[in-house]
Write a protein that binds this ligand. Structure first.
Ligand code: UT7
Length: 332
């Protein structure tokens, strides 16, 4: 049987930086409030003509280069995004494949908001284990600045742009394979975090909806509470299901939405401070890109070593949530 292994990671953050002080000139807020309530200090913002796929390509190039797998051997590209290049089609994954000159791959997007990376990890694993694909490029890429309402202080302080990518490939060696991925969703909570306008469920016609915008709206405080509860339970479930103890985790990489959520979940799971990866201060919440960007940070800092065990945990609009137990298994 084929198993699926995480071979490499790459990420990209655009050069423009939006600081908390910059935001005080746009909405009624302060560096002190944002820092205390979220842990965020700054976020990266893409240029106007920089597409989600461009950021995805930059992250993917690094991931492919570091994977030891030839570009020509990639047979599928899956992109997790809620801020695609184009509203309906073509998919951002096909644009990434085109820009990478991957001409005969399967390519598609999925929409699972901040849980997107965990979802595409499960898709890559399933395709590889079924024998349908061998080397899958997964990309979480977001230009959230394009769907953020910069007059709403409850959301605009949170979000940033960026991309992260990984190569997942087939292996016979179970020791180096992804152990488990859990994914879930519950549309009962759809209204906690959504872009209500612009789709076919919108009460507006196309032109009006353009005027009304397709910005994110969030019931932050309610989302916060469900997030802490769900993330904690989700991790307990996956650890228990695989008979793995918290101490065996080398790096706990939660979705980077808010430092207070990360801290509450980490404490509830009795994680030591040095087990928990925190990058929210410098990137804010980059939705589907947040987990691979965080993994890339520890990789580039030399903290992520071959054979170490990653525990991923995410939560986002939908609502969706998921977790994964993933050994880092580079080929080189
Ligand atoms: O990634 C997907 C999942 N997303 C999340 O998990 C995000 C979850 N939510 C959050 O991170 C937090 O709820 C927020 C950071 C969005 C808000 O923090 P909070 O502690 O839940 O604040 P709150 O919404 O309960 O608001 C408290 C007060 C309110 O004022 P009053 O009514 O007490 O006078 C808000 O109007 O803080 C006010 N407020 C702000 N003040 C200064 C809200 N946003 C701001 C702001 N600056 N940017």
């Amino acid at each position: 049987m084929a198993y699926a292994a995480l071979r490499s990671i790459g990420a990209y953050a655009p050069k423009n930086i939006l600081t908390n002080d910059d935001l005080t000139k746009m909405v009624d807020t302060s560096d002190e409030w944002i820092t205390k309530r979220t842990g965020i200090k700054e976020r990266h913002i893409a240029d106007k003509d920089e597409f989600t796929s461009d950021m995805g390509v930059s992250a993917a190039k690094l991931a492919i280069e570091r994977s030891g797998i030839a570009k020509e051997d990639i047979d599928m590209v899956v992109c997790a995004t809620i801020s695609p290049d184009y509203f309906n089609m073509p998919s951002t994954a096909t644009m990434i494949a085109k820009k990478l000159e991957l001409n005969s791959v399967t390519a598609f997007d999925i929409s699972a908001a901040c849980t997107g990376f965990v979802y595409i990890l499960s898709i890559a694993k399933a395709f590889i284990e079924s024998g349908m694909k061998k080397n899958v490029l997964i990309v979480g890429a977001e230009k959230l600045s394009a769907i953020t309402d910069y007059t709403d202080r409850g959301t605009c302080i949170l979000f940033g742009d960026g991309a992260g990518a990984a190569v997942i490939s087939a292996t016979e060696n179970k020791e180096e394979a992804i152990i488990d991925v859990h994914t879930a969703a519950d549309g009962t909570y759809a209204d906690l975090l959504m872009t209500p306008n612009g789709g076919t469920g919108s009460p507006h016609d196309a032109l009006e909806s353009e005027a009304a915008g397709v910005y994110m709206q969030m019931k932050g405080n309610e989302t916060f509470k469900v997030a802490v509860r769900t993330l904690t339970k989700d991790v307990k479930d996956i650890l228990e299901a695989n008979n793995i103890k918290t101490e065996q985790i080398d790096h706990f990489v939660p979705h980077q939405a808010n430092f207070r959520i990360i801290k509450a979940v980490g404490d509830a799971l009795k994680m030591k401070e040095d087990q928990v990866v925190v990058t929210v201060a410098k990137y804010g919440n980059t939705s589907g890109a947040s987990i691979p960007m965080a993994i890339n940070d520890i990789y580039e800092e030399g903290k992520l070593k071959k054979g170490q065990l990653l525990l991923l945990d995410a939560f986002g609009g939908g609502l969706t949530w998921g977790s994964a137990l993933v050994p880092f298994s580079p080929l080189k």
